[in-house]
Design a protein around this ligand. Structure first.
Ligand code: HDD
Length: 753
């Protein structure tokens, strides 16, 4: 196992250097005008820094400057309003008061109707040098999209991750789908891949989206519950819509509780098209695969995180990038043509279906690295506006009716969020590719378009700007032959709702199945109306798998169904790629490890363990009862990162207790370290203790767990204990246990934490 240790580089300095070095190379600034998009070099080259440099034009830094009004007038006093006499009323002419207050009164904009809460980061996309594309050696055979062609070119991206249901101030770790939206600032214009962390969707037609969202959002009479599907209206809707079944299986699984945004897959969901220079097209599904593996939290842990660390996922992304670890995803494609699509036992236009990897493998074509946090949350994360209709030549749509509806909805919703048409001029949304058209006006127009002409055709301006042919890079829609009668109906090929739900269930390990069952117990247990619970069990789950339906029924006071549902498929197919347990690469990079100590810790233990864990890319945080320097038995000192009141096991991936008699004795007299260990055990996390530290594990009484005797090193279901001098082997064993992420072969039910 090797790790990319964080560099000591100061990112701000790094960026400043980048900007200076590349200023002359950047086409948007080639004319020195300093105004975004003003370049003589139409359609100039894009590189990793192009977006960064464009944004640099609008960045503001008050360092060493005077305070001014919005109009640039220096302000002498910003604390006292202008009054008629020391104790008199405020005077109308106080322009500074009026401006400051008006700006404040207007500083909130509508939150997104879904995906309101999120975070984002800048980075780049780079095609692979030697993509393993099977029969297609060269991606240009599949698509003419420029961003995929040159392995030396890095295209800037901005990615926003989000929860879906909760409002902007809700908690991060709720059970929910996660948004995974990427804006590629390509030479040919912006391409937005607006996906989720789960590959199917709830519904088949965009027409149903307002109903789905109304059902899952807080109930309209009392506005309760926030950020949760666990209430009557959602399950009422779901139970009456069997097409939701496949997606519900994903939502009940650990996929809906991601450990981190950097440990989450992403999917374009719909079938899209790739189109090559000859106008030929294949179908494509897009996949993002995280380098760090796909990992989940457990339910009890997530609910505790709502209180202890409600920004857990958002802060997690910010912290790792700031600390110098740059999360990476591989972009993969599943390619299939119309004939292959005809052969599948589902319709590729139905967004409630996946194309199983057992049918079409995922071919890696490039990578995305996120390496820069935003400077300003509002300007970048809140104002970024995605739209699946933003495509570039070489990428096109399919007739998926959900996708078709999205192509209207996103443009429309931005008008609501931004109050006008010019949201595409806002720095974060602005393309690097040049914009020339006859749009001129609207609220908050930024661009100053020169000349008399804003129409086509025109002779006064030589008919500029000219339309571009396909050879010149003009976007041409794939010339699919379409012929049909107007019909408000659903294709018969969209009718099977259970085959893939069963495939998902079959593909889960037993602990993953148990997680799904327990999730259903919680969600349906919160549903007051018994008839809704019954419909879910009898009409939906019992048509997925009889045993599944029985296990759910037993936890929610419903009579288990006597026999399988009459629509239950009988297949035993599995797709190993669906189980997160098969997505655990051998790495502990960026995992957060809690090291609990007090005065008198064993210096060698602390030093050796920290070095071994950091060598593998983990982030070690020392925790003690109170802040302030702690001294080791041999005189080394350590500054704790956190004290007990501000630390909780739920924020960490693993826990280790080094030896040192005085240190361990102190901790054995404190409740927090014991709770820490018990809770980490309950959440299936790797825990380790060495030397005297093992006594703390004995105190906690971990059920059915073997603890090392004198001279031994024992590893039992992720509990690593050592009472020998071989600290290096102990550290290695612990690293292996952390790489496994969670140890499901444990039975923590009795642990009271
Ligand atoms: Fe959507 C936001 C993903 C179906 C309408 N959606 C939004 C975001 C993501 C998705 C990631 C947040 C973008 C951001 O970070 O700003 N949505 C999906 C996926 C879907 C999907 C993967 C199914 C395949 N969405 C969908 C449908 C509709 C919408 C069927 C309506 C017809 N989605 C919206 C929206 C949002 C949105 C209301 C809210 C804020 C925004 O667009 O910019 O227009």
């Amino acid at each position: 196992m090797t790790a990319n240790n964080p560099s000591d580089t100061d990112r701000a300095e790094d960026r400043a250097e980048k900007t200076t070095d590349d200023a002359t190379a950047n086409p948007t600034r080639a004319d020195g005008s300093g105004s975004p998009g003003k370049s003589d070099d139409a359609g100039g080259e894009v590189d990793e820094n192009s977006k960064h440099d464009q944004l640099e034009e609008v960045r503001e830094n008050p360092e060493g400057e005077h305070l001014t009004s919005d109009h640039g007038v220096k302000i002498s006093d910003t604390d006292n309003s202008l009054k008629a006499g020391e104790r008199g009323p405020t005077i109308m002419e106080d322009f500074h008061f009026r401006e400051k207050m008006t700006q404040f009164d207007h500083e909130s904009i509508p939150e997104r109707v879904v995906h309101a809460r999120g975070t984002g980061a800048h980075g780049y996309f780079q095609p692979y040098e030697d993509p393993d594309l099977g029969e297609y050696d060269d991606i240009s055979e599949l698509t003419k999209a420029g961003l995929f062609q040159d392995p030396d070119q890095k295209t800037p991206v901005f990615t926003r991750f989000s929860t879906v249901v909760g409002s902007r101030g809700s908690s991060d770790t709720v059970r929910d789908v996660r948004g995974f939206a990427t804006k590629f600032y390509t030479e040919e214009g912006n391409w937005d891949l607006v996906g989720n962390n789960m590959p199917p969707f709830f519904i088949q037609d965009a027409m149903e989206f307002p109903d789905l969202v109304h059902a899952i959002k807080p109930e309209p009479d009392n506005g309760i519950p926030q950020a949760s599907a666990a209430h009557d209206t959602f399950w009422d809707f779901a139970s009456l819509k069997p097409e939701t079944t496949h997606m519900l299986m994903w939502v009940l699984s650990g996929r809906a509780l991601p450990r981190a945004y950097r440990m989450m897959q992403g999917f374009g969901v719909h079938t899209f098209r790739l189109v090559n220079d000859d106008g030929e097209s294949v179908f494509v599904k897009f996949h993002w695969t995280p380098k760090l593996g796909t990992h989940q939290l457990v339910w009890d842990e997530t609910t505790k995180l709502w209180g202890k660390s409600s920004d857990f996922n958002r802060k997690g992304l910010y912290d790792v990038i700031e600390e110098g670890y740059d999360p990476e995803w591989e972009l993969g494609v599943q390619i299939f043509d119309e004939e292959q699509a005809e052969e599948f036992d589902f319709d590729v236009l139905d967004p409630t279906k996946i194309v199983p990897e057992t049918e079409v493998p995922v071919r890696p074509i490039g990578k995305m690295v996120l390496n820069e946090t935003p400077d300003n949350f509002f300007a970048e994360v809140e104002q970024v506006a995605f739209h699946p209709g933003n495509v570039v030549p070489g990428i096109d749509f399919s007739n998926d009716p959900l996708l078709q509806g999205r192509l209207f909805s996103y443009q429309d919703t931005q008008l609501n969020r931004f109050g006008g048409a010019n949201w595409d001029e806002i720095p974060i949304n602005r393309p690097i590719a040049e914009r020339h058209n006859n749009q001129r006006a609207g609220f908050m127009r930024q661009e100053i378009n020169e000349g008399k002409v804003s129409y086509k055709p025109n002779s006064i301006g030589d008919d500029d700007p000219q339309e571009a042919s396909a050879e010149e890079g003009g976007y041409e829609h794939y010339a699919e032959k379409v012929d049909g009668q107007k019909i408000r109906n659903r294709s018969d090929s969209f009718e099977d709702h259970f085959t893939q739900a069963r495939l998902f269930w079959n593909s889960m390990s037993e602990p993953e199945k148990q997680n799904i069952v327990e999730a259903a117990h919680f969600e349906l247990g919160k549903v007051g109306r018994v008839e809704i619970r019954e419909r879910m069990v009898y009409d939906l789950f019992n048509n997925v798998d009889h045993e599944f339906a029985t296990r759910v029924a037993e936890g929610i006071g419903i009579e288990p169904p006597e026999e399988p549902g009459d629509q239950m498929p009988t297949h035993d197919r599995e797709d190993p790629s669906l189980s997160m347990e098969n997505r655990t690469p051998d790495t502990i990079e960026t995992r957060k490890i809690a090291m609990l100590i007090d005065d008198g810790f064993d210096d060698e233990h602390v030093e050796t363990l920290r070095a071994a864990l950091e060598e593998e890319g983990a982030r070690v945080k020392v925790i003690s009862k109170v802040l302030g320097e702690k001294s080791g038995a041999d005189g080394e000192t350590v500054e704790p990162d956190k004290h007990h009141v501000a630390a909780a096991s739920v924020s960490f991936d693993a826990v280790v207790i080094p030896g040192g008699e005085e240190s361990v004795d102190a901790m054995r007299g404190q409740g927090d370290p014991k709770h820490f260990v018990a809770e980490a055990f309950k959440h299936y996390k790797p825990i380790a203790a060495v030397g005297e530290g093992t006594a703390l594990f004995e105190d906690v009484d971990l059920p059915e767990t073997e603890i090392a005797d004198e001279g031994e090193l024992v590893s039992d279901a992720g509990v690593v204990t050592c009472r020998s001098d071989d600290i290096e082997s102990f550290a290695e064993t612990f690293v292996d246990a952390i790489a496994q992420h969670r140890h499901w072969d444990r039975d923590p039910e009795e642990v009271p934490a």
